[in-house]
Design a protein around this ligand. Structure first.
Ligand code: 5AD
Ligand code: SF4
Length: 474
């Protein structure tokens, strides 16, 4: 199928969905006239930035349907959970909440409950919902988010629960309405899905194969965001380093970054997540050369032991990972490096965790997400023997944290007394303090007025804790 045809389908689809939005808006207007108030909505988002971005799209569509924000979930007429299945805890929380919502629905039969996101791409989850949580109204997955208006309308029309889960993606739909959480910063999807099949990870099964958006669509979106007041964008993908594969145009991630860097009015560029195996020298050079690219790279290494890395299907060794870091630091000496770590992968001994600790010490991360391995049905690792006992996992987890935290604190201490450019992002009324981020992604709390939000200002660091800096506006 040629490109032209694909684009036509997208536009048609979008028009169709707009038509459903219009119909729902009229229904909601009637409600408003009858009850003297607008219908309210509450979105709960679990998991990663991909989901956060999807929730902005859901937010945009619901607002166009005429819903306004509810203060709390219990007051809402429309509740939606955008779920994650990367680890078991997040799934259990959703089930727990759903149990509670059963009573809420008995009290208010008009309440609509929708579920979407990664968890819904698993057959076992859909079976459980159909059997145990019959009060759920609308269920869809990660591939058909754009169809949300149509599904809501179908539920209103038929009064029946609507399930629409696709096994794979059909096309990338551009231009969905969305509402940004922050007026001054935004996330932009550059690709969807993942082809890596790390053996512990469920993402490739629930988000499908890797596919990149065309660079012109990405650049157009960013230009529009900048015209609308955005100064910082985060380019999102499960594996941004393989951006461009499969596109008709001749492009890769490094070249995309250079193009984004040219957008006038944009101040900061972030991206995540990078896979070490695909990190090219060109990317390092682009980061070095482009002044808008932030001084930070998130580069998950997951585990330090080569045997475990092999079983994880990560396609690099401990030595290769450390070598990449060396190359990055050679070109960009003061770059901040953060990572993801998993402890307790099947068969991992405490001796093997020592290799993880060794990487932590050598790489000197300024931040890390440390996870306890969670068995995900359907992944190869779930079938591996020797799942690690809880006590060993706890010990290993603490070994890693004990190595990480002093280094993070030490890196923070070196910033005390220096002045940095900070994007002011949030204001806390009670303490009259602002929160913002340095270009290296470290968080700083500082005193100042709300009007500074969205501006990049000079902040002098006066003190620090392990997880944030303390500063004052110069
Ligand atoms: N158990 C624990 N952590 C996991 N991650 C992915 N799958 C699992 C799992 N089954 C972590 C990885 C990844 C991050 C987004 O989540 O560290 O980088
Ligand atoms: Fe999961 Fe690995 Fe893909 Fe990341 S790169 S989403 S950890 S399979």
């Amino acid at each position: 199928m040629g490109h032209r045809e694909e684009i036509k389908v997208s536009e048609e689809e979008l028009l169709l969905q707009k038509h459903f939005i219009e119909k729902i808006r009229n229904i909601n207007l009637e409600f408003e006239q009858k009850h003297g108030r607008k219908k309210t909505m509450f979105i709960s988002t679990f998991g990663c930035q991909m989901n956060a971005r999807d929730s902005e799209k859901l937010d945009g569509m619901l607002k166009e349907m005429g819903y306004i924000n509810a203060q709390e979930e219990k007051d809402a007429d429309f509740i939606i959970y955008n779920t994650c299945c990367v680890r078991e805890n997040a799934e259990n929380k959703v089930y727990g909440n759903l149990g509670y919502l059963k009573k809420a629905k008995e009290k208010n039969p008009e309440l609509k409950i929708a579920l979407c996101g990664c968890m819904m791409q698993q057959d076992i989850v859909i079976e459980t919902i159909k059997k145990t949580y019959k009060h759920v109204d609308i269920v869809f997955g990660t591939f058909n988010l754009y169809k949300f208006p149509e599904l809501v309308y179908a539920n209103i029309e038929t009064g029946e629960s609507i399930f629409d889960i696709w096994k794979e993606h059909k096309e990338i739909i551009e231009d969905l309405p969305s509402i940004r959480k922050y007026p001054f910063k935004a996330s932009v999807n550059i690709m969807f899905g993942c082809n890596n099949f790390c053996s512990y990870c469920i993402v490739p099964y629930v988000r499908g194969r890797e596919r990149s958006r065309k660079s012109e669509d990405i650049l157009k979106e960013i230009r529009e965001l900048v015209a609308d007041g955005v100064v910082e964008v985060t380019l999102l993908g499960q594996n941004v380093n393989s951006y461009g594969k499969g596109l008709d145009e001749d492009i890769d991630f490094a070249r995309l970054l250079r193009k984004v860097n040219e957008i006038e009015g944009l101040e900061r560029i972030r991206f995540m997540t990078s896979h070490p195996k695909d990190l090219s020298d060109e990317l390092i050079f682009a980061m070095r050369d482009c002044e808008k690219i932030c001084n930070h790279i998130h580069l998950p290494f997951q585990a330090g032991n080569n045997e475990i890395l092999k079983k994880m299907n990560r396609h690099y060794t401990k030595e290769h990972y450390l070598h990449i870091i060396e190359k990055i630091r050679k070109e960009i000496p003061d770059i901040a490096l953060t990572t993801d770590i998993i402890v307790g992968f099947p068969g991992e001994t405490l001796e093997q965790v020592e290799d993880t600790v060794d990487v932590v010490k050598k790489a000197r991360f300024s931040g890390a997400f440390t996870f306890i391995y969670s068995k995900r049905t359907g992944t190869p690792a779930a079938k591996m023997e020797e799942q690690v006992d809880e006590e060993t996992v706890k010990k290993g987890f603490n070994m890693v944290l004990d190595a990480l935290n002093p280094i993070i604190l030490d890196i923070n201490k070196q910033k005390v007394g220096k002045t940095y450019k900070v994007l002011a992002e949030e204001y806390d009324e009670e303490s009259k303090t602002l929160k913002g981020r340095l270009t290296d992604n470290s968080l700083v709390h500082f005193s100042g007025g709300e009007r500074l939000i969205g501006h990049i200002i000079d902040v002098k660091i006066t003190d620090c804790k392990t997880f944030y800096l303390i500063g004052k506006v110069l």
